[in-house]
Design a protein around this ligand. Structure first.
Ligand code: B12
Length: 241
């Protein structure tokens, strides 16, 4: 339990690395986790697969690997914002990361002990938004921590969210938005929930790069967190309310 808490604290406290990708590469060791990072910033899927296998064979905790790839992806994002790299590189790095995330997800789920389901969560990235990585991390960690997760994917309309909430009798709706423009779609979904008289039966948590605590409060969401591990703590709290 203490180990789990420690990991959550480490994951929650990851700071953005403001190095260039060249500087990051120079500082990487030959250890498997560093090689996974190298693979992402060199867009090398073979190296990604090989070093992920090595890391797992060496019994490195899947959550530690998850933290490392989140960290390196944030650095990629920073370099994109600084115009050190451009869209093709951004897509290639994200493709490489996407290539290993499902394999890692499998490991994380395998390591989760069978237990009572804590609650049912419908999750998706909102309409008009195709960013999937953060949402996928949130859904993986929620699953690994004992929630039943119905992951609708990306570009999800209010109607689809509502249908899934009704069909699965969801306790929580989790929405992700990475674009300033699509963050407002979360407000539309909140209004749709009211119209459908679902607002009292489902708790809503929001997140993603374009969302802040203030924004979440403004649209009347029940909770916000800026990290995937934080989303687990939040979901557990919301289930108690
Ligand atoms: C990778 C990426 C892409 C990839 C996405 C690939 C994929 N399959 O997901 C591609 C190349 C396709 C892409 C496209 C675009 N992107 Co883009 N992208 C990024 C980038 C670099 C990283 C996003 C990411 O994966 N981050 C890593 C994950 C782990 O972080 P995260 O999603 O925020 O999730 C974490 C938390 O937020 C939280 N979380 C996430 N969801 C939820 C949900 C809940 C409920 C909770 C509690 C928590 C939570 O947990 C996660 C883990 O800790 C960001 C830059 C950045 N700094 O984030 C830009 C960025 C988001 N993109 C941006 C833009 C503008 C675009 C494009 C319009 C094109 C363009 N000009 O770049 C298109 C839009 C496409 C669309 N319609 O969605 C802008 C958005 C600006 C804004 N504020 O509106 C950013 C910020 C870059 C920038 N500064 O210009 N993008």
């Amino acid at each position: 339990m203490i180990l789990v808490l420690l990991i959550l604290l480490i994951l929650g406290g990851i700071k953005m690395n403001k190095e260039t990708l060249e500087q990051v590469k120079e500082n990487l060791s030959s250890k498997p986790v560093d090689q996974i990072k190298k693979a992402i910033i060199s867009f090398d899927k073979d190296l990604a697969e090989e070093s992920l296998s090595l890391a797992l064979e060496s019994k490195i905790d899947s959550l530690e690997i998850f933290a490392a790839i989140t960290d390196v992806m944030k650095t990629v994002g920073y370099n994109f914002e600084q115009r050190n790299i451009f869209l093709p590189e951004l897509i290639s790095a994200s493709d490489t990361m996407q290539f290993i995330v499902p394999k890692l997800e499998e490991e994380i789920l395998k390591s989760g002990k069978k237990r009572e389901v804590l609650g049912t969560i419908v999750i998706g990235t909102v309409l008009g938004d195709l960013h999937t990585i953060g949402k996928q991390m949130v859904s993986t960690l929620l699953r690994a921590n004992g929630f039943e997760v119905v992951d609708l994917g990306i570009d999800i309309s209010a109607v689809k969210f509502i249908d899934a909430i009704k069909k699965n009798k969801a306790d929580i709706l989790a929405m992700s938005a990475l674009l300033t423009t699509t963050a407002y779609e979360q407000k539309n979904v909140m209004e749709a929930l009211e119209k459908e008289n679902l607002r009292d039966s489902v708790k809503v948590m929001v997140g993603g790069g374009a969302v802040t605590k203030d924004f979440a409060d403004t649209i009347g969401a029940d909770g916000y967190d800026s990290t995937a591990p934080g989303s687990v703590r939040l979901a557990i709290e919301l289930m108690k309310k």
